[in-house]
Design a protein around this ligand. Sequence first.
Ligand SMILES: [Fe+2]
Ligand SMILES: [Fe+2]
Length: 308
Amino acid sequence: MTRVATSKSEKREILRRRLDFEFNPAAVPRDWYAGDLHLTLFWDGLSLLFPKGEQFFVNSVKHFTKPRNGTSRITDPELLDQVAGFIGQESMHGKEHRAFNEMLLEHGLDSAPRLEAEVAALLNRAQRKLPPIVQLAVTCALEHFTAILGEQLLETDRHRAAIHESVRDLWVWHALEESEHKSVAFDVFRAVGGSYPIRVGTMLVTSVIFVVVASEVHIRLSYRAGELFKPRRWLSNLNFFWGKPGLFRKLLMPYLDYFRPGFHPSDRDTTELLEEWDERLFGEEGTLLGVLKGTYDASGELVGAPAG
Ligand SMILES: [Fe+2]
Ligand SMILES: [Fe+2]
């Protein structure tokens, strides 16, 4: 039996929240991020990657929970509970981003289904060809991306304010849960003997592929939207991400931290940040109580019913 190493901060219970957002294409502007269609298309592109990508994450982690020769690969009950929470959260993200992506279709992003199908084909190929431990390392790498992007969104008022209020809660809720479960795939990777060279080697390759895929999706969406041949837009967005305010520039050090041999996602303690946002979204005055259908623990028991 392999036991997971204890992370530096105490493990948080990962709850599964069942939500049901409704996106009205008429109420959501096409340029819902900062009133800037070009920038918005970048985030739209990310949303198109989520449902298939998150299914890949779930499969790669699930693989190590399946009984093999009568035994599970991971047996630590606490970690298994966290895996159940992780799977529940990622599945719900997939469902809600599919709803968001359907709205994008109504907004005229008619190339979205084709892009999603191409991403699905790429991920299916990765699932067929890569050893399970490398698939898990890919998940750890991309979970690091979503964790640092998510924490940046929770921490940066200006970034959140740029998102139109009709879709802001989707992105903030997703950010909160990415931060809540940021250690799960990593802990499974360590528990099943994942090595440092596999972890960082996979991160390097995954980073390149991710940047290429996200850029290609952005370029193709921009082309269809008539935004491709606008050099000024590209320059101002380059400045937005890498200059001022420099969203990606500010993530460079947190990204590089992953390459430290002793790195663990919980090294960055976000307990207070998560408590604050759990309260703001799901507390007594929570902004998401209206779309929350129930909160469940790892065993599937309802631990929080929707208000009213
Ligand atoms: Fe997610
Ligand atoms: Fe995640």
